[in-house]
Each structure stands twice: as C-alpha cells, then as structure tokens.
Design a protein around this ligand. Structure first.
Ligand SMILES: Cc1ncc(COP(=O)(O)O)c(C=O)c1O
Length: 317
C-alpha cells in the first residue's frame, strides 16, 4: 500500500510477501548474562544482521517494489538511506539520497556502494528535507519521507510479525524512535496479534520531538542534539504519531550516556555490535529496572552501523 491513511495488519501481512522474497527472518536470542544484568528475560531481535545492518531495509524493499521502477529522492541520516539504496539496487531503479554533511562516513560509503547517488548538504535532517523536496519537484522523482510513508511502516512491521508469531505471550516490546515509523508498526502488529503485549517507545532526552508530540497530542519540534544518529530527528511525523496516539502503551526517554552503556553491554553480554539507536531499548530497561523486573521483554536491536568514533567512545566508557 502506498496511498491511504491508517495502516492495518493486512498491510503488514501483504508487505511480508514482498520482504520474504528477499530477506530471511532475523534471529531473536536471549542471553543469560544479559538477563541477569537486566533482571528480566530479554529477547534481542537482531535487525543488526540485515544486509544493510538495520531494520529499515524491510520498508525500502516494500516501497520500491510498489513504485515500478520510478526514480526516488529521499533524505536520511543513514539507515533509511541504505535501505532505499539497497532496495533500488535490487529493483534496478534510480535513487538519490540527501544526507547531512556530517553523516556517518561508513553509512555514506555503503549507500554509494549500493549504487545510489548521495548529495551531502546542510547540518540537519531538516536541511536535507528542504533540498530533497526541491530536487524531487524539479526532476519528477518520487519524494520519499522516511517517516510519513505508509509502505515503509508496513515493511518494517514485518519484524514485529516475526517477534509476535514466535512469542505472542511477551509482556512488552521496546522500540527505539526517531520518526516513529518502527514504533507505529509495532503497535499495529501487537494490537492484532498480542493485545496484552505492551509496546513501549524510547527516545533520547537530547532529541525528544516524538516523545513530546505523543505526550502533548500536538505536532512538535524540539531541540535535536543527540549523538545517536538513528534517533536524531527534530520534529514529529504525523502518520506514525496517529498510530502511536491510538495504541502506544508508554514512551520513555533515556540519556545518550545510558545508551552508550547499553551498547557496551550488548557487545560484552550479547555478542552484538549495536549502533546507539539499536541499544536504546536496552538502555530503557536498565533505566527502569522495577518496571521490567521478572518480565519477558523483546528489545529490538534495530541496527549495527556504529561509526568508528562511536565505537571508540563506547569502548572507553
Ligand atoms: C538503527 C535505527 N534504529 C531506530 C531508528 C528510528 O526509527 P524510526 O524512524 O522508524 O522511528 C532508526 C532511524 O533511522 C535507525 O536507523
């Protein structure tokens, strides 16, 4: 589904027919040492094992498949960019990605390696959005919003089908939020497959726009100072917010330092290289031990594309 407003579980099931042509389900493992640290049974859903290193690839495949070869223009701090580049490569379609000048060089190189054109401009995602909008208007390419595009949400929803078909008895799923597309997808699937499973969103205290929008019920712009790339958005996105306001259980904030600590724990106790966004759910568990004690919780390790600087910092914390 490309047009339309709200999504349903049928859209996610239809997206799975596309995704499964290209990607096997990702593993979900529990690690006893990590469980002991968290005081809960923690199931790590390993989206860091995707070919692009992040969950967004599921959405890209669904979107590009529906566009029938039409060129696209989009904007991203990195993982949505890799997703679009990968899916365009698979479909033989043209793709241009506008990224901030300071984007993670490893992500920029990966996008280019999949054959997409990268334009580096501006300091923020907002600058990139302006540039991409003008470019799409002048070239006729389809402008793809990383947050407000239904087929991207349906595509990433397939990971929640995998989680909840395997474990419909979970107490909660904890999901990191930038635009909120992943968390919105989680609510759609959880409400259909496991209505008692809480869906809890997590954002950085340094970039809390989606959190503010959810709590206040208003479209929000907030300072965007997190060093965690996948969570670095300064505004809320309407389509995810509509789903979140309908059925998200709770929305937590964690500091960037706690996220770094969670990255270190995933490396040492779960054999997992997570980028900051992928470790934010574990950070939320560790910051709220009473809330999660003794429960069965899935945390989505949404990505593993840590920059060399990030790895150096995490290694030293
Ligand atoms: C690794 C990672 N996790 C989480 C997010 C946040 O996802 P969403 O924008 O769907 O909220 C992103 C966004 O790019 C990401 O790259």
């Amino acid at each position: 589904m490309i047009g339309g407003m709200e999504l349903t579980i049928d859209d996610v099931r239809a997206a799975r027919e596309v995704v499964r042509r290209h990607l096997p389900p990702t593993p979900m493992w529990s690690y006893p040492v990590l469980n002991a640290t968290a005081g809960a049974t923690v199931l790590v859903k390993h989206e860091n094992t995707q070919p692009t290193g992040a969950f967004k690839v599921r959405g890209g495949l669904v979107l590009i498949a529906a566009l029938d070869g039409r060129p696209t223009v989009t904007y991203s701090t990195g993982n949505h960019a890799q997703s679009m580049a990968y899916a365009s490569h698979v479909a033989g379609a043209e793709c241009t990605v506008v990224m901030p000048v300071g984007a993670n060089p490893a992500k920029v190189a990966a996008v280019q390696a999949w054959g997409a054109e990268v334009i580096l401009t501006g300091a923020s995602l907002a600058d990139c959005e302006r540039h991409a909008t003008a470019l799409a208007a002048s070239t006729g390419a389809a402008l793809v919003s990383p947050g407000d595009t239904p087929s991207l949400i349906a595509g990433v929803g397939t990971l929640y089908l995998e989680i909840l078909e395997a474990r419909p008895d979970l107490d909660a799923i904890v999901v990191p939020v930038g635009s909120g597309s992943g968390a919105a997808a989680a609510t759609i699937v959880a409400r259909a497959l496991a209505p008692d499973c809480a869906v809890i969103a997590v954002q950085s205290t340094a970039s809390p726009a989606a959190h503010h929008a959810w709590r206040s019920g208003t479209r929000s712009t907030r300072p965007n100072r997190t060093r965690v790339e996948g969570l670095a958005t300064g505004r809320s996105y309407d389509l995810p917010q509509r789903h979140l306001s309908a059925s998200l259980t709770d929305f937590l904030l964690v500091t960037d330092d706690r996220i770094a600590e969670a990255q270190r724990l995933l490396a040492t106790q779960a054999h997992t290289l997570a980028e900051g966004a992928g470790a934010a759910p574990l950070a939320a568990l560790l910051a709220n031990p009473d809330r999660f004690a003794g429960r069965d919780i899935a945390i989505v390790c949404t990505g593993g594309n840590a920059s060399p600087q990030e790895l150096a910092m995490v290694g030293g914390c």
